[in-house]
Design a protein around this ligand. Structure first.
Ligand code: ZN
Length: 287
């Protein structure tokens, strides 16, 4: 599917994304604390199998396995040409599974922890290196996910918008503060970080994963983001605990679809079963 088609669909109807890659690869034997992107090189057939399972489940877009495939994120003995290779492979594996049935979205993690005092130029350079590799490999859009710092998000969006006119999706990780309000790890409010990403030019803004958030929390958080950005400009991808029922996930996603969310899918803990159930017709889910 072409990027023009993706752009033409954005905001007009919800796009169904895939679910988690990392936790699916852990089920297939990826050791704990090993960045999942390394399996693009070491066990590409497993990455391809996960992508195919999401296509079979009805996903319209695949997030490629490039999270953390950037300078400063992997061990220091990984060269810049290997980083380029991992990103190129991550896109081609997703593209193999997607064929002409789904879009492929490049995935970029936060360049640094929000408390790290990293010079802006280093953040820009890391995003430029990975973003260029993903765009050269012909992704349809790029997702900046699990961010906690609006400053890092603003810098990253700026780099990507200078590199290309392909859509950029900006997604933060939130938790609840002691007062009950949602905030990022760096203590910023939903309103501040979402507005920063919109002002920087993000095509969709939203949240993914969540720290100790229930499905009800995700729906409440999404509604908060809808009020700031307009539902059609949002991307929502909750993470779930192992005990979360697939049907409960689908019902929460149905609530968001009914409100006109721009794109929805799953983060850590979600599986092809979760995505398949979301894709079912509303009548079935409500039975
Ligand atoms: Zn996650």
């Amino acid at each position: 599917m072409s990027e023009i088609t993706l752009l033409s669909v954005l905001g007009k109807r919800p796009i169904l994304l895939d679910g988690a890659m990392g936790t699916e690869l852990h089920r297939l034997g990826l050791p704990a604390r090993t960045p999942s992107c390394l399996w693009c090189l070491e066990l590409p057939e497993q990455v391809l199998a996960v992508h195919r399972s999401y296509i079979a489940a009805g996903a319209e877009a695949l997030v490629c396995n490039s999270f953390l495939a950037a300078s400063g994120q992997l061990s220091t003995d990984i060269s810049s040409s290997e980083i380029d290779q991992i990103n190129t492979l991550a896109v081609s594996l997703a593209r193999d599974a997607a064929g002409d049935r789904a879009w492929v979205i490049g995935d970029i993690a936060p360049p640094a922890s929000p408390s790290d005092e990293i010079p802006d130029e280093r953040i820009r350079a890391a995003v430029d290196e990975q973003g260029s590799a993903l765009l050269d490999a012909n992704v349809n859009a790029i997702l900046l996910e699990t961010f906690s710092s609006s400053k890092q998000m603003r810098l990253a969006i700026g780099v990507l918008k200078r590199l290309s006119d392909r859509p950029v999706f900006a997604s933060y990780n939130f938790s609840r503060s002691s007062s009950g309000a949602f905030e990022t790890l760096s203590g910023e409010t939903v309103c501040d970080v979402i507005k920063t990403a919109m002002d920087a030019g993000a095509d969709l803004v939203g949240e993914n994963c969540g720290s100790k958030l229930s499905l009800d929390d995700h729906v409440e958080l999404a509604e908060h983001i809808f009020k700031i950005a307009g539902a059609g400009r949002t991307i929502i991808r909750p993470g779930v605990d192992a005990g979360t029922q697939v049907l409960d996930f689908a019902r929460a996603m149905q609530t968001l679809q009914n409100k006109g969310v721009g794109a929805l899918g799953g983060c850590c803990g979600t599986t092809p079963s979760h995505i398949r159930k979301v894709g079912l017709k509303r009548e079935w889910i409500c039975e």
